[in-house]
Design a protein around this ligand. Sequence first.
Ligand code: ADP
Ligand code: MG
Length: 567
Amino acid sequence: MNIVGIDLGTTNSLISVFTDDGPELIPNALGDFLTPSAVGLSGKGQVLVGQAAKDRLVTHPQLTQSRFKRYMGTNWGQKLGRKHYRAEDLSALVLGSLKADAEAHLGAPVERAIISVPAYFNDVQRKATMAAGQIAGLKVERLINEPTAAALAYGLNDKDGESTFLVVDLGGGTFDVSILEMFDGVMEVRASAGDAFLGGEDFTDVVTKHFAEKLDVNLDKFSAKKAAMLRDLADQAKAKLSSEHEVSFKFIDDKSNEQTLSLTRNKFEELTEGLLKKLRHPIQRAVMDAGLRAENIDQVVLVGGATRMPVVRSLIARMFKTFPVHNINPDHVIAMGAAVQAGLVSRHSALDDIVMTDVCPFTLGTEVAIEIARGQHENGHFQPIIERNTVIPVSRSVRNATIHKGQTQLNLRIFQGEAPRVNNNVFLGQVNVSIPKNNKEHEAVDIRFTYDVSGVLEVLVEVLSTKEVSRLVIEGNPGALTKSEIDARFKELDKLKVHPRDETVNVAFTARLAKAYENHLGDTRAEIQHMITVFEAVLARQNKHEITETREEIEPHLKAFEDRSIF
Ligand code: ADP
Ligand code: MG
């Protein structure tokens, strides 16, 4: 049974499959790999998807919808004819069309898919994407972050290598940046950042405005049809400028006068300076979040049609002093990676030695009260437990105390997001815990979050004095797994549910440090004390990768001290 990979883009969508020859794109009925993410109604009320709908954006803007991906998971909706469509309904129509193309091409039914989403999609947007798949009759096996898919497409080319990738994806409406590490066939995402409202379309908008100024027309007063035509022209001008230094077009204005519009690459660069500035920030943040510097990046991978613009390429080349790799077409990379993921899910034998790890794209935590004055607490603060960009699966715990002595109930609210106040984050669920009445002391609870690659979060709350544990399972994608499948997964993750401080290797290492401290005096002792402080701080952060690295860094120094111990 085929599992397909789908790049459900803002502007264009693609479908692919993993074959014995590796990932392969599937052409649509018109023979193109790119299907515009556009939906429209024909005069007869027939639903049109793809190029046909896109072409009618100009002639029938009222009957056509595009760029709806950015409204996934919101209440946004549009009427087409008599029917009301939400973003997921429109996406479902695009998915349905891709599914039909794949079935025609493969000569077999297609029922299972991997769909890519921007790394910064929150839980609600991810659910909406799953829902779109379901409406289209697809069982969505897994969502894959777009940049992860891109790296996976490239990782396969160089699977014995060891390198750090920066993936820069500038599509039509979204911008995603990720840092990934490939080591011994394991691909690990170290950081991701982005801007959900920045893309190639914004460059087109700038050119459209510029043309309108040249024509001396007010775009808002222009007829919808003429405005769409002008925008279409601006889009062509932008794309042509990626390979030419100057472009010019004829345009028939509202009063049927023929006008010539031209644009040079230099002028284009000047017009888009503001947008280029906005591209820098997420790139810098991703590099910083990964704890790296520009010079640590080995390969820069460009994804998305808009990275074809020479201005974007040179910005990145300047930032990283290296030329981006682009042996895979930037429009195809994500779909190719989604196919690789599909191959992994269906356990294709060609992929035996590739392991994927993923990161949690957002921070998960609980609501806590903060003491603002003696005895006075303020609710509504966010306490992160699993931080954004933590490699998953992961399990982290924190110890909290009740606010009041004698309190018998704790209502713990769980959130996802990056804001310091929970109101600005996404509410995921609540655990109600009974606390034994204790008028003398505050009761302590351990809150453990375990997050699995399938997007399931398990919350365990243990009241220390009674040892009673309450459990809540929050599914990123309700219904995708059965209850017993979820339980089985979390059983497997039990080994993660140990504080690194209590893991044998770390217990032993801490003991060696303590012994070395005992055996030395003076400056050496101070140095060992420093190692202990560093290692304890790293343990407290509970990041396995960092702990192993730190242990390996300290090891030779500790060994040297042990060898010169005086007894
Ligand atoms: P998405 O992932 O959002 O569907 P794509 O990766 O397909 O987007 O990129 C679409 C964007 O790339 C559009 O804004 C389009 O105008 C732009 N684009 C495509 N080809 C070129 C080109 N040659 N030069 C500049 N921009 C281009
Ligand atoms: Mg894309």
